[in-house]
Ligand binder design. Structure first.
Ligand code: NGO
Length: 525
């Protein structure tokens, strides 16, 4: 809401803003490294009392002959280029003179694992080291947050580009840290998904789960069953325009994510949530009659015909094509809310699709109801609703992805005044989304049973990417921190200040975020 001020006050205050920007940013030192409001909070940060300045003479050094690290170096160059106007030269050598940024691999540093990194910043240069390339990529996200917020802008900004000095050693608590986007209820095109990938990458998430089919639409080209998209992709909630990804577009998304060390987990929901498939192929229905396309938001009314052999041919074809497009280890086959599938049909169905997924060299993920079946230890259950299902998975050594609807569902409204979203599970304010621990959610389910955490975003009420952003941000930052930072180091009272300090960073990224009153937003910085 805009208030009206007398115009002389407006011009006086703009004078002071311009004055402050012009005369203070040259001299203003950055906050110390341990006061940089990093999200997720690193495992350890030690600050020293100096600064490194990124200038037009700064180069980025990568190890000779390592194309993968060179690509990560190029990613850093591309991040810096537009806002700073600097285009650091990429150099391959083992001899790094002072005054530069060096990316190095230290494979012997086992504590850093797959994604950890060690960052050392002195007045003379920046050293980023990791055991694996993914760790370098994660470390770059920290370096971004150690730079001024204006380094996130999409147009040229004024320097200087000062980074506070010190060291950081950091690695994640959970191996799987994901976000889910439902592109079935409303369809989101390749560019929207790429933006979402960039946003989750900035907070060190490593998985994007795409909910690619539901009653309202089928969103991925399957060459052996072409009517799934020729017909089943045309609808969306409320009569909105449908759409789908061709396999080429999908492969492009997979590569884009891979370059950011993010896996895409494709989900084809079954045996329920299948109306779009049932409308496209009559033979998938027990009565042999095609269903009408569906644009409402009810759930639990559709089912594949589990007794027909053609159903398994269909599943096998779909999984084969998806597996060929998926470098990551997982295929998600839904399994939720199959209210019109009898339990005696549901269980053998899930057992059989689990075999199909394994036959194509992948691991099955399913929503928590799949624990009714005989899950193999390589399969993963996604806890969203029922604690007893999560417990039953843990008892059988089936790993869990934790996404409790009451805490992690990004489509839940913040409060009763939120414009979009649902509230069937809860209203989830920013503090509530942050203040919980996956390892103590369900009695009998401990950290060792948990592969990680995921923040699902269902889109029954969200038609545009800025609406998606409004629901995801800022809660997604907190959920990313739950996945990364040790629970013992987290507290809402401390986190809310760090989050508040991200105000200008979120603005610079042009994220449409919810400005919760529970967060002390640092609007002036
Ligand atoms: C449920 C349901 C989805 C809805 C969502 C809305 C799961 C796993 N199945 O979560 O179909 O879109 O709630 O919040």
């Amino acid at each position: 809401m805009h208030r009206r001020f007398p115009s002389f006050l407006v011009s006086l205050s703009s004078f002071f803003v311009v004055f402050t920007v012009l005369f203070s940013c040259k001299t203003e030192p950055p906050a110390r490294l341990d006061a940089q409001s990093l999200i997720p909070l690193p495992v350890s940060v030690t600050a020293t009392d100096s600064t490194f300045e990124l200038t037009k003479n700064t180069a980025i050094y990568v190890p000779e002959g390592n194309e993968e690290v060179k690509k990560i170096g190029q990613y850093l160059v591309d991040l810096l280029k537009v806002p700073t106007g600097l285009e650091p030269e990429l150099k391959s050598t083992s001899q790094v003179p002072s005054g530069h940024i060096a990316l190095t691999l230290t494979p012997g540093d086992a504590e850093l694992g797959e994604e950890g990194y060690a960052l050392s910043i002195t007045a003379q240069g920046i050293q980023l080291a990791a055991a694996k390339p993914a760790g370098l990529f994660r470390g770059i996200q920290t370096l971004r947050q150690a730079l001024p917020a204006r380094a996130e802008a999409d147009h040229l900004q004024k320097g200087p580009w000062l980074v506070p000095t010190g060291t950081i050693r950091d690695y994640p608590t959970y191996a799987y840290r994901g976000a889910m986007l439902d592109v079935a209820r409303h369809f989101f095109g390749v560019d929207d998904v790429k933006r979402y990938i960039d946003l989750i990458a900035a907070y060190k998430m490593n998985a994007l789960h795409l909910h690619l089919s539901d009653d309202q639409g089928w969103r991925i080209e399957i060459k052996s069953w072409p009517n799934l998209t020729a017909h089943g992709s045309k609808s969306a909630v409320g009569g909105a325009e449908g759409g789908f990804y061709t396999q080429e577009q999908y492969a492009d998304l997979v590569r884009y994510a891979q370059d950011r060390y993010i896996i895409i987990v494709p989900e084809i929901d079954m045996p329920g949530h299948t109306n779009a498939a049932l409308a496209s192929y009559p033979e998938l229905n027990c009565d042999g009659k095609a269903r009408e396309l569906y644009t409402g938001i009810e759930v639990g009314f559709s089912t594949l015909c589990t007794g027909k052999e053609i159903t398994y041919k269909f599943v096998d074809d779909v999984v084969r094509e998806l597996a060929a497009l998926t470098p990551g280890p997982y295929i998600h086959l839904g399994g939720d809310e199959s209210h019109v599938t009898k339990m005696e049909d549901y269980i053998p169905f899930v057992n059989r699709v689990q075999d199909i997924v394994q036959a194509h060299g992948k691991q099955l993920i399913g929503w928590d109801e799949v624990t009714n079946a005989s899950l193999k230890p390589t399969s993963v259950a996604q806890f969203w609703a029922k604690a007893e299902y999560a417990k039953s998975a843990a008892d059988r050594n089936v790993k869990l992805i934790v996404s409790p609807a009451k805490k992690a569902y990004l489509d839940m409204q913040y409060d009763s005044t939120t414009q979009y979203g649902l509230h069937w599970a809860a209203y989830i304010e920013v503090d509530s989304a942050y203040s919980w621990d996956p390892a103590t959610m369900v009695p009998g389910v401990t950290k060792d049973h948990i592969l990680g955490i995921e923040a699902p975003l269902w889109t029954e009420t969200l038609a545009k990417i800025d609406e998606v952003e409004y629901m995801a941000f800022p809660r997604l930052l907190g959920l990313a921190e739950i996945g990364w930072t040790p629970a013992s180091a987290r507290s809402w009272d401390e986190y809310k200040v760090r989050l508040g300090n991200h105000y200008s960073r979120l603005k610079a990224k042009r994220i449409n975020f919810y400005q919760s009153e529970r967060v002390p937003w640092a609007k002036g910085e």
